[in-house]
Design a protein around this ligand. Structure first.
Ligand SMILES: [Zn+2]
Length: 302
């Protein structure tokens, strides 16, 4: 890691990018990737990731859960309970931040559709965008909820959505500038954009270094902290209104990181470090493992 990359920063265009870390794809390819940091805007990003077309070879589709499966074992039941709790928490966050209990919601990167389904049941009109056919098919069969593919977004009308959500999706997107511009168009005046993503300034990221599971190269192209994501969003017409910690991520990420390090008792060690990270984030949100950001669309005169 003793070189400089002379290409400009993909966020702000500044030159003189410096290496930040060397990370390994522990879960799929075992390949190594360099993370770069922009000295000007602080953005950290994966250098030379696979193209959007090639990324399907690296993505892990969450389709282990088959139609009609019931949770089994302690871990299975715990997972279902945590997921159900988080779906409710996300729904309440949307409604409290949007100041409404129904409306029009765009869920970008909807995966298998559990959140979309939860919001539909609460009375929201939900449009879901998902690039993988298998996950769109799962949603159709499980929830009778038809999702659209990314190119179909072109047919959506400007100014029609009250809320747009991206739950752990933005860090995967190859064209963040274009996406934020499109979201700005699609939101009605005063609409909100909710983005959840890992936080590289978290206690667990600092502790695990290159083994931190939420670097997740090469699937994660962008590695945000509060400062860099706010700069990016502000540039595209969004103002931060609120941010909060996602409570279970520090545990999940710490356990995975311990596994990457091949430690014995990875589950117990991960739980202990996850608990410590979560406790720190109770008083310092900027240290949370994953953060949820709520941005409001600015009027052009603001
Ligand atoms: Zn920069």
């Amino acid at each position: 890691m003793n070189y400089q990359d002379f290409r400009p920063c993909p966020l702000c265009g500044a030159s003189g990018q410096i290496p930040y870390a060397n990370c390994t794809d522990f879960t799929v390819s075992k390949e190594s990737y360099t993370l770069m940091r922009c000295p000007s805007c602080g953005m950290v990003y994966t250098l030379d990731p696979p193209s959007q077309e090639d990324m399907c070879r690296y993505d892990k589709l969450n389709l282990k859960l088959k139609l009609g499966d019931a949770p089994t074992g302690v871990v299975g039941r715990l997972y279902y309970r945590v997921r159900s709790h988080m779906l409710g928490k996300k729904a309440r966050l949307v409604e409290s931040q949007a100041y409404r209990t129904s409306g029009s919601l765009l869920n970008y990167g909807a995966k298998t559709g559990f959140f979309s389904h939860r919001m539909e049941r609460r009375g929201w009109k939900v449009t879901s965008v998902e690039r993988y056919h298998e996950e769109r098919q799962f949603s159709l069969e499980m929830f009778h909820h038809r999702m659209i593919d990314v190119p179909e977004m072109d047919s959506l009308h400007a100014g029609t959505f009250d809320v747009i959500t991206m739950w752990h999706v933005f860090e995967h997107c190859h064209h963040p500038h274009e996406l934020l511009d499109r979201f700005y168009e699609l939101l009605r005046p005063g609409g909100i954009l909710i983005i959840a993503c890992p936080n590289i300034r978290s206690t667990d990221a600092m502790f695990y270094g290159p083994y931190w599971a939420a670097y997740d190269v090469p699937r994660h192209l962008w590695h945000f902290d509060t400062n860099s994501i706010c700069k990016l969003a502000h540039r595209h017409g969004f103002t931060l209104m609120h941010h909060e910690v996602m409570p279970f991520d520090s545990f999940y990420i710490s356990i995975l990181s311990e596994r990457h390090m091949r430690h014995r008792l990875a589950f117990i060690r991960g739980m202990i470090h996850g608990l410590y990270s979560w406790c720190v984030s109770l008083t310092r949100r900027s240290r949370g493992s994953s953060l949820v950001y709520v941005f409001r669309k600015r009027q052009q005169t603001e």
